[in-house]
Ligand binder design. Structure first.
Ligand code: DC
Length: 219
C-alpha cells in the first residue's frame, strides 16, 4: 500500500488539496481532523466540557467513531450517524483542538487511522500523520501558509457561506489553535525532517495540487 502523509496548520488547505489529489490518483482520502471533530461533537452532546481533559479521557472510549465512504465521499460516523454536516462549526473547531490534547483520544484515533492505511492506498491529512501515525509513509508533505493568508481564506469561505465573519477574530482563533496544536505534549504538529515543505501562501489551489501530485508520482 502507498501511504502519503500531509500535515500542517489549520487553514493551510490540506483537505482541499488532499481530496483533489486522492480523487485524481485513485487513492482514498482520509481527513483525520474530521475524526477529532466527531470526538469533540460527542463530548459537547454529552455535556462534557472539552477543556476538562480528565472527563474527556474517561469518556473517549465510549464514542464510536468510524469512517466510511459513500460515492467516494468520506463520511464520519459517530455512534452510527453520519455527522459530516455537524462538525464544521467554529465551536467544534475549537473543541476538537482541545480534545486532541488528551492522550486517550489520540490513542484511539491512531489505531483507527493506521488500520485504514494498512488496507488502502491513502492520502491522509492531519497534524501528526508523518510524525506519529505513519512514520514510515512513502511521502510526507508539510503544507503551510502564513497566518494572514490562512485567515483571509477562512474569512472568504465564511462570507461565501453567508456566515458572519470578522477577520481579526479569525486571525486570533487561528493563532490560538496553532499554538495549542504545536505545543501540546502528545503528538504536537511538527515538520518532520523527511517531510517536503510546501508553502501555499502565494500559490493557487491548482498549483498546489499539481505540485503534490507530481511529488506523489515520483514516489
Ligand atoms: O484539520 P482540522 O482543522 O479539521 O482539525 C481539527 C483539530 O483536530 C485540530 O485543531 C487539531 C486536531 N487534530 C489533531 O490533533 N491531529 C490530527 N491528525 C488532525 C487534527
Amino acid at each position: 500500500m502507498i501511504n502519503v502523509a500531509i500535515d500542517g496548520p489549520a487553514g493551510a488547505g490540506k483537505s482541499t488539496i488532499a481530496r483533489k489529489a486522492a480523487h485524481d490518483l485513485g487513492y482514498i482520502y482520509v481527513d483525520t481532523g474530521a475524526m477529532f471533530r466527531a470526538m469533540a461533537l460527542y463530548m459537547v452532546r454529552n455535556g462534557i466540557d472539552p477543556e476538562d481533559s480528565e472527563a474527556v479521557a474517561k469518556r473517549a472510549d465510549r464514542a464510536e467513531i468510524d469512517i466510511t465512504y459513500i460515492d467516494g465521499v468520506q463520511c464520519v460516523m459517530l455512534d452510527g450517524e453520519n455527522v459530516n454536516g455537524l462538525i464544521r462549526t467554529d465551536e467544534i473547531s475549537d473543541a476538537a483542538s482541545r480534545v486532541a490534547v488528551v492522550p486517550e483520544v489520540r490513542k484511539k484515533m491512531l489505531s483507527l487511522q493506521r488500520e485504514i492505511a494498512r488496507k488502502h492506498d491513502v492520502i491522509m491529512d492531519g497534524r501528526d500523520i508523518g510524525s506519529a501515525v505513519l512514520p514510515d509513509a512513502d511521502l510526507k508533505i508539510y503544507l503551510t501558509a502564513s497566518v494572514d493568508v490562512r485567515a483571509d481564506r477562512r474569512y472568504r469561505e465564511n462570507i461565501e457561506k453567508g456566515m458572519q465573519a470578522d477577520l481579526e477574530d479569525i486571525k486570533r482563533e487561528i493563532r490560538e489553535r496553532d499554538e495549542r496544536d504545536m505545543t501540546r505534549a502528545e503528538a504536537p504538529l511538527v515538520k518532520v525532517e523527511d517531510a517536503v515543505e510546501v508553502d501555499s501562501s502565494d500559490m493557487t489551489v491548482a498549483e498546489v495540487v499539481d505540485k503534490i501530485e507530481s511529488l506523489i508520482k515520483s514516489i
